[in-house]
Design a protein around this ligand. Structure first.
Ligand SMILES: [Zn+2]
Length: 201
């Protein structure tokens, strides 16, 4: 401490949150090692129901995937190469001052290739819900962004939501998850896909 010490904008997680995050990381890892998850992602993408409208992908990804039958093949490959988040890539952010106005409802802040910032005020939820967030945010980490603001209903058929929500369904079906996807707006086409494939909606 001293005259030149800086104000911290991030802080440590509580012990309770550390446990929650470590359990969620574990689920994330198991899910991303599940080959069926990728098979379904590719099947789902073939139905044409994922919104790949322009400006969602970093330019270099956009250029690269232009030559592919379907951008999901790239995302699947990258998820396999990079895996999910590691603990050291996750930071706590506590919305303060002006940030409170902007970010108090935000569960996580992420950007391509950057550390994930989890709002510890929004961690009063299950490890399944946090695992779903990790998967969703990892898609942003790879270079995807929402183009219709930040609200779920306006973006629910884009890649980050589709991948995160399929993950949610898998967590419920195979890993003891209890997070009802039905409690939130999911893409109508994803809902139909899950029904046809006997996966929880
Ligand atoms: Zn997002």
């Amino acid at each position: 401490m001293g005259l030149f010490s800086r104000k911290k904008i991030t802080s440590r997680f509580s012990d309770e949150h550390e446990i929650l995050i470590s359990e969620a990381l574990n689920l994330q890892e198991q899910l991303l090692a599940n080959e069926d998850f990728y098979t379904h992602l590719l099947e789902l993408s073939k139905t044409g129901s994922i919104d790949w409208n322009e400006n969602q992908l970093k330019q270099d990804i956009e250029d690269y995937t232009e030559n592919l039958p379907n951008p999901m093949t790239w995302f699947v490959e990258q998820l396999k190469v990079h895996g999910g988040y590691k603990r050291q890539e996750i930071m706590n952010f506590v919305p303060k001052g002006f940030g409170r106005l902007m970010y108090s409802k935000t569960t996580a802040i992420s950007a391509a290739g950057k550390k994930l910032q989890l709002n510890s005020k929004k961690l009063n939820r299950s490890k399944f819900s946090v695992a779903n967030t990790l998967i969703h945010e990892r898609v942003h980490w790879l270079g995807h962004k929402h183009i219709n603001g930040q609200s779920r209903p306006d973006n629910c058929c884009d890649a980050a939501y589709m991948i995160g929500d399929l993950a949610g369904s898998f967590l419920n079906q195979f890993y003891g998850g209890d997070e009802a996807n039905s409690a939130k707006t999911i893409c109508g086409d994803l809902k139909s896909y899950l029904e046809v494939n006997d996966l929880p909606t």
